[in-house]
Design a binder for this molecule. Structure first.
Ligand code: PLP
Length: 428
């Protein structure tokens, strides 16, 4: 077969020339942004490679272990590598951590005791933590173990409420929960530098406070991580950035020896901690995923930047906006109309390598106060480092868009979403 033009290939996949040209012209203006993202990826790639070489990663580390998993040198080496990448004393990186929420739960539960208080100085944490902490009553929550919670909201302009934070620190305050990404809130994502300023302020008041950062979606977006600016722990999911799209499950906690060990006692059992936990053959995938994570994160980031620029130029509000610096891979777009939000998500689904023929529909998901639409055609179920989008069907009809294992795929997804909206009457 003869080679075709790119436009023709896209046309075969349902993208009109007008949509293609519109997006391509916007993309042409993003060269410098993309180069900066590539330079960050190159930096982080060296950081990961250096940690692998320093720890003499070997073929023997890639083999499975079974049973109790004592002396699993592959698992231990993986954790040494994570600790070096994040510049921490210790790391816990396990397939037995089922998701990000689970990782956050063991970090909290392992490090808190009855009578202790958690303080969030950045407003309400991610929805799934409501029941972990007990903000919404829930069986097994930290509240049931006598652990209390306080929060100080960000000020209207998004800055920290320094006075409010100072006043909220009490003798029983033990752990500070800092969420880097905005999650499903409309605040800005915190930069690592902002997190560092906040931690310095907190430690200036009480050096013994444990500062834990929910690092979900933030890994490798910048050259430094929260653990480089004073965080005692950073926590995240392997089916987001650091798994590089390959990890089929898992979570991580990096931080001080004491914090990570306490979390490990909660994951397995007191006295057992990190010594146990057979890796069942996932270590090779975790290693390779980490190796790819900097460039996969860069691909997702470029997709987010392209989406912001495309949709902002069409008059929609985008968070972050077209030109802002980023500290996570999430892009929010306010569509203001349910049918446009639905069309957007349909387009993302139709662009997927898996289940592209399936049409997502809004449904009443447990734990949400409105219907939610989700688009995900991923190799790893529910993975949000793969191209995905979701949004609650309520004003301002915001789509949360993230991922893309390769930039060409994210690019196609954005065009497909726009095409769907054009088909429903949107004017370019
Ligand atoms: C994804 C995410 C989590 C954890 O979510 P899981 O779905 O349990 O992996 C926690 N916090 C933030 C900010 C997140 O983005």
């Amino acid at each position: 077969m003869m080679e075709q033009t790119m436009e023709h290939l896209y046309e075969q996949m349902g993208i009109d020339r007008a949509v293609y040209t519109f997006c391509e012209q916007i993309e042409e203006g993003l060269t410098e942004r993309f180069q900066a993202i590539d330079r960050t990826a190159a930096y982080n790639q060296m950081k990961v490679l250096h940690a692998m070489q320093q720890n003499q990663l070997s073929e023997a580390h890639l083999f499975p272990s079974t049973g109790y998993g004592y002396n699993d040198i592959g698992r231990d080496t993986l954790e040494r590598i994570y600790a070096d990448v994040f510049h921490t004393e210790e790391a816990l990186v396990r397939p037995h951590i089922t998701c990000g929420t689970h990782a956050l739960h063991i970090a909290l539960a392992g490090n808190l005791r009855p009578g202790d208080e958690i303080l969030s100085p950045v407003g309400k944490p991610y929805d799934t933590l409501d029941e972990v902490i007990g903000i919404r009553p829930s069986a097994g929550s930290l509240a049931e173990y006598g652990i209390t919670y306080r929060q100080v909201d960000l000020l209207a302009d998004g800055s920290f409420d320094w006075e409010g934070i100072r006043n909220a620190i009490r003798p029983q305050t033990r752990l500070i929960e800092i969420q880097r990404s905005k999650g499903y809130a409309s605040r800005r994502t915190l930069s690592v530098e902002q997190i560092g300023t906040l931690i310095a302020f907190l430690k200036g008041i009480r050096p013994d406070l444990i500062c834990m950062v929910d690092n979900c979606y933030g890994e490798f977006v910048e050259r430094i991580e929260p653990t480089d600016v004073g965080a005692d722990m950073a926590v995240g999911s392997l089916i987001k950035n650091p798994g590089g799209g390959l990890a089929p499950i898992g979570g991580y906690i990096v931080g001080t020896r004491e914090c990570v060990e306490r979390a490990a006692y909660r994951l397995t059992a007191p006295a057992l901690g990190k010594e146990l936990g057979a890796s069942l053959g996932v270590t090779a995938t975790f290693m390779q995923g980490l190796f790819l994570a900097p460039t996969v994160t860069a691909a997702a980031l470029k997709g987010a930047v392209l989406a912001a620029n495309v949709y902002e130029s069409l008059g929609f509000r985008t968070i972050p906006n077209a030109t802002e610096e980023r500290s996570d891979i999430i892009q929010a777009v306010e569509f203001g109309q349910a049918d446009l939000l639905i069309a957007f998500c349909e387009g993302i689904q139709a662009a997927a390598p898996v289940d592209s023929h399936v049409r997502p529909t809004p449904w009443a998901m447990p734990g949400y106060d409105s219907e939610v639409i989700m688009a995900a055609g991923a190799f790893v179920s529910g993975s949000s480092i793969e191209l995905s989008a979701d949004g609650p069907i309520k004003p301002p009809y915001t789509a949360f868009f993230q991922g893309g294992l390769t930039y060409p795929h994210a690019r196609f997804g954005i065009m497909k979403s726009l095409q769907r909206m054009v088909d429903k009457g949107l004017k370019l």
